[in-house]
Design a binder for this molecule. Structure first.
Ligand SMILES: Nc1ncnc2c1ncn2[C@@H]1O[C@H](COP(=O)(O)OP(=O)(O)OP(=O)(O)O)[C@@H](O)[C@H]1O
Ligand SMILES: [Mg+2]
Length: 238
């Protein structure tokens, strides 16, 4: 299955979630790859995903398209004279998906950030028929941001999204009001609150805190149930 980790903005915790999820799935014996198909501003995210999956794929397959300037990939590619083609990106991800139980794709920027000529993260996830996982920082403004993303995803061809609210290091009083305010718009069971991981990415070498593992376990089970796969369908040995 292909899950697409997107967000309400850039810098919200997509890499944190995608990386620890890949790590968790691997620890559970699932055959999993993490991909950052398009990256700009360097390759740091791709390297983390590559390491999280114990380098099961070469870095150039984890991240075939990358650009140094810290611009939206569409702009960075244009500067580099590269003509990005969405169907080539989708074909690459699908080809990898054929080899794994799970492929965790990290998008670039926020949901509607342009990736290439005429396509953005939403177009790519629709082309992939991927389940959207939306990361939203759990701070003042989260209700507005998640409602905007929910509206943007409410269209034909988009599977129902799951939501991961990234708790800040210190809880803000606003976060306690979010569940009530969001109840009319997002199903409570599709929202997961993810803890702040003090020393990310250092903890990748030591193991996840129990609280984070519990959330990842729930998210994994929810998706496997949604897509009709038994929770014990993972295979060891990859
Ligand atoms: N739950 C968390 N625990 C610890 N650090 C976090 C958490 N969420 C976000 N961060 C920190 O916030 C910063 C941004 O997170 P991250 O790089 O995952 O965002 P992103 O959405 O992937 O950004 P980009 O759009 O650049 O890909 C990082 O420094 C990261 O370590
Ligand atoms: Mg990232």
């Amino acid at each position: 299955m292909i899950v697409f980790v997107t967000g309400s903005d850039t810098g919200v915790g997509k890499t944190v979630l995608a990386t620890v999820w890949v790590r968790y799935l691997r620890s559970q014996g699932r055959r999993v790859a993490g991909l950052k198909p398009l990256a700009s501003g360097g390759r740091a995210d791709a390297r983390l995903l590559w390491r999280a999956a114990d380098r099961v794929l070469p870095l150039d397959q984890v991240n075939p398209w990358w650009f140094r300037p810290p611009l939206a990939p569409a702009a960075a590619a244009r500067q580099a004279g590269v003509d990005l083609d969405m169907s080539a990106v989708a074909r690459h991800v699908q080809q990898i998906a054929g080899q794994f139980d799970w492929v965790v794709v990290e998008g670039a920027g926020g949901l509607l950030s342009p990736l290439g000529p005429g396509f953005d993260n939403r177009d790519l996830l629709i082309a992939l028929q991927a389940v959207p996982i939306v990361v939203v920082p759990n701070r003042l403004g989260a209700v507005n941001q998640s409602r905007l993303v929910a509206e943007a995803l409410d269209r034909p061809g988009v599977p129902l999204p799951w939501w991961v609210f990234m708790n800040p290091p210190r809880p803000h009083p606003a976060t306690r009001t979010h569940a009530d305010l969001l109840a009319p718009y997002l199903p409570a069971e599709r929202i997961h609150l993810f803890p702040w991981l003090g020393d990310f990415p250092g903890l990748l070498n030591r193991g996840l805190p129990r609280k984070a593992e519990t959330i990842l376990e729930r998210l994994t089970r929810s998706l496997e149930t949604q897509l009709g796969r038994p929770p014990d369908s993972g295979k060891k040995g990859r």
